[in-house]
Design a protein around this ligand. Structure first.
Ligand code: FE
Length: 194
């Protein structure tokens, strides 16, 4: 057998045994019984709730109201466990500033919650939040599997100058955003601790 063929054979055997060659080192890996999550299974980072959360928001998937100013955005994604399993009936509660950077602390404008469908999906219609002093552009959210712990976090927008100077900002919490004719579309998948 030629050396080249032997190397191919060895590589094939190593692959079959779940042994990966990484940066010149050979080490064993645990084979996953199912395909891994496309974005990895790290639980979504927790973030501070901030001063403007209000409980008992209305159940609604659209926070849009007649005459509301701002750029429309539709945010979609999946809530799942670290095992990749989608979570149906997960709570997705959102609150955020209006296009001028103000929160409605008297009522429930730009506040609402919904529950994921049987495939763990949510779909939120709202406007792009305005910025306010000290913070970059962000949504606040609480996400919770039925009877599970509450994940309190925030989501961010790509390409914002203030991302670099906001001490709370986390790169892994940036939405994937596209511009469309009707406004923006954005996606983010949440991974909950069991
Ligand atoms: Fe805020």
């Amino acid at each position: 057998m030629e050396r080249r063929d032997f190397c191919r054979l060895l590589t094939g055997v190593m692959t079959a045994l779940g042994i990966a060659r990484t940066a010149g080192h050979v080490h064993a890996q645990t084979l996953q019984p199912t395909p891994s999550c496309p974005d990895g299974a790290e639980p979504t980072a927790r973030q501070t709730e901030g001063p403007y959360f209000k409980p008992a928001s209305p159940e609604r998937a659209s926070l849009l109201e007649p005459g509301m100013k701002g750029v429309r955005v539709v945010v979609t994604g999946v809530v799942r466990l670290a095992s990749c399993q989608p979570v149906s009936r997960a709570l997705v509660d959102v609150w955020h500033a209006d296009d001028r950077g103000d929160y409605d602390n008297a009522g429930y404008r730009l506040r609402g919650h919904q529950f994921t469908d049987d495939q763990g999906r949510y779909r939120l219609e709202t406007i792009v939040p305005g910025v306010y002093p000290g913070r970059t552009r962000h949504f606040h959210l609480k996400v919770q599997a039925p009877k599970g712990p509450v994940l309190t976090t925030q989501l961010y927008f790509p390409g914002e100058a203030a991302n670099a100077s906001d001490p709370i900002f986390k790169r892994e919490l940036v939405l994937r955003v596209r511009d469309g004719a009707e406004g923006k579309t954005a996606t983010f998948d949440f991974v909950l601790r069991a």
